[in-house]
Design a protein around this ligand. Structure first.
Ligand code: AMP
Length: 174
């Protein structure tokens, strides 16, 4: 029998508040780590092409460096666009058999979103999922200082979560 203090739920009762310690939001949101933490390990190397380079050249760099996107810079090194494998796939479908000789500036995205080393990881994940892209150049005081991917952020956070779980286990078990 239920204890006398027990009240069966009634229609119209508001739903009991549930803890959300394992929701994606809180797991990602509880991190105070920033983009700088990722760059500490990854370094500041950013691969780029010129707007007049051919798609063939860009594809070769993407393959050789095993990456998914390239920055497009002018001859002064100023960022003017970003070219990802998605742009190339789209063009391959639009112009079958004629894509490789085309110039990068016909495929690249011009309005490039960037982040700063001090940005929290949760902020950059939001930017990436809202903007539907997986690459973010990192700018520090107007200067390019790296490129992070959604994979970098998720991997970093997973490692952090594993460490937090281990610490908690040690606290409980002693
Ligand atoms: P991605 O998911 O990064 O391969 O890119 C998907 C699309 O978003 C492509 O058209 C890219 O050119 C574009 N894109 C990638 N990164 C950015 C960025 N940081 N800002 C704006 N557009 C981007």
């Amino acid at each position: 029998m239920a204890p006398s203090s027990y009240q069966a739920p009634m229609r119209g009762d508001t739903k009991e508040k549930r803890t959300v310690s394992q929701s994606v939001d809180t797991n990602l949101g509880s991190s105070t780590s920033t983009v700088a933490k990722i760059l500490e390990k990854k370094g500041s190397n950013v691969y780029s092409v010129l707007p007049g380079d051919t798609v063939k050249t860009a594809v070769e760099v993407l393959k050789d460096k095993r990456i998914g996107a390239l920055l497009v810079t002018d001859e002064n090194g100023e960022m003017i666009g970003i070219l990802s494998e998605r742009d190339i796939v789209r063009k391959l479908a639009e112009t079958p058999g004629q894509t490789l000789p085309q110039q990068v500036d016909g495929l690249m995205t011009r309005n490039v979103k960037t982040c700063a080393p001090s940005d929290p990881l949760v902020t950059v994940l939001q930017m990436m999922s809202e903007g539907r892209f997986r690459h973010l150049p990192v700018m520090d005081g107007g200067k390019l200082c790296g490129m992070i991917t959604i994979g970098d952020v998720v991997n970093f956070r997973l490692t952090e979560l594993e460490y937090e779980a281990l610490k908690m286990k040690q606290m409980i078990v002693g």
